[in-house]
Design a protein around this ligand. Structure first.
Ligand code: BGC
Length: 376
């Protein structure tokens, strides 16, 4: 029988102990990897609970009645699409958070809201007022006031929508805007300023009224003037006020997503309170379509401010279709002579009478008599 040299026997012993060592190492790595996976899952679940961002009431004005709806009769009876599913999930997932925290113990909201999606689906379909209020109103205070539940917003934003006889557009705007504002973790309220009567529309004057009336309700620091027919396409277009006035509707589908001209300030624009005061608000003299935003652009420039903009891939909007209004033929006259009137035509010369104010579930409705072009 061949004898195995002692040296070889030793080698076998070594390789056997090496392979058992390898098996142990292998098991060890598996345990480490499994622990890491479990930790990641646990952290994910935990952050889903703590970061859920339900909006809770922040605005306190006593308004006992539940006012009737001014949006007209519902057209569609149920929502399609996923707009509300997401909203419902957000509200439900946040039900476990501290809904009664008045804000004292909350951390500041992060500079970049964590739940932004970037490009978003725009929902152009009409939804009944009942459905809208049921789905969106539960996390808002009457008047369309909202704020993030889990952090303190940097500023309070008033969104002013000049309005007359565009019920469908208003419902569609609200359906798109509220979910976006929630994701942006804003403290905000929406004001719909409706012009009474059938005279020429005065968009600028309605925005001045919205500004003044909003400040009677709360100390807003940022004002966003918003056409009722523009729907944001990207939630990185933050509804806040940076250091300079900001033109927000930079790229609109009907303008082939191109800026029509460098000074344009119409559609959707944002100004800080002190900037709006500095320029004396909008002119009150632009009755009918056009020019009032150009006059504001002139005011901004005259007061050594400048118009800022996000890039066109973010500041994008879709416009709802409507009959084109007749342009105001006198707008150029007022535009060219505007400089002489900046000091005297604006917030400090605004005259109106507020016929009604109602805190509706999704917005504050201001019904206002602003007179007519002849009386100005
Ligand atoms: C009007 C503005 C308007 C712009 C874009 C201009 O001619 O004066 O008010 O925003 O066109 O439609």
């Amino acid at each position: 029988m061949p004898t195995i040299p002692a040296s070889k026997l030793g080698q076998n012993n070594v390789s056997a102990s090496q392979s058992s060592c390898c098996i142990r190492l292998h098991v060890f790595y598996k345990v480490v990897i499994a622990s890491v996976i479990i930790l990641v899952i646990l952290q994910y679940c935990f952050s889903a609970i703590t970061e859920s961002h339900k909006y809770e009431p922040w605005f306190s004005i006593s308004h006992p009645q539940n006012p009737p709806n001014a949006l007209g009769k519902p057209i569609a009876s149920s929502p399609t699409g996923s707009l509300f599913e997401r909203h419902e999930n957000e509200s439900q997932s946040s039900a476990s958070t501290n809904a009664t925290d008045s804000g004292g113990n909350l951390p500041k909201c992060p500079p970049v809201p964590p739940h932004l999606e970037g490009p978003i689906t725009v929902h152009k379909e009409d939804v009944s007022t009942e459905v809208l209020e049921r789905k969106l109103g539960q996390s808002l205070q009457p008047g369309g006031f909202g704020k993030p539940a889990n952090c303190l917003a940097k500023e309070s934003v008033a969104i002013i929508v000049p309005y007359r006889a565009r019920e469908t557009h208003l419902r569609v705007l609200l359906a798109n805007l509220h979910p976006l504002l929630r994701r942006q973790q804003l403290q905000y309220a929406i004001f719909v300023v409706e012009q009474a009567g059938n005279g020429p529309f005065n968009r600028a004057m309605l925005m001045n009224v919205g500004y003044k009336e909003a400040l009677r309700l709360n100390n807003f620091t940022c004002f966003i003037f918003h056409d009722v027919d523009l729907l944001p396409e990207d939630d990185r277009n933050i509804y806040s006020c940076p250091e300079q006035p900001r033109h927000m509707s930079v790229a609109v589908d009907v303008f082939s997503y191109k800026l029509p001209y460098a000074e344009i300030f119409g559609g959707v624009s944002a100004m800080r309170k002190e900037q709006f005061e500095l320029v004396n608000g909008f002119s009150n003299l632009f009755w009918g379509w056009g020019g009032e935003d150009d006059d504001m652009a002139n005011r901004i420039k005259f007061h050594k401010l400048h118009i800022s903009r996000y890039p066109t891939n973010i500041a994008r909007y879709k416009m709802l279709s409507h009959k084109k209004e007749k342009a105001n033929p006198t707008r150029y006259k007022f535009l060219y002579s505007g400089k002489r009137r900046f000091k005297t035509d604006g917030l400090n010369s605004l005259k109106y009478s507020l016929k009604k104010r109602e805190l509706k579930p999704l917005y504050t409705w201001l019904y206002v008599d602003i007179g007519s072009s002849k009386s100005s």
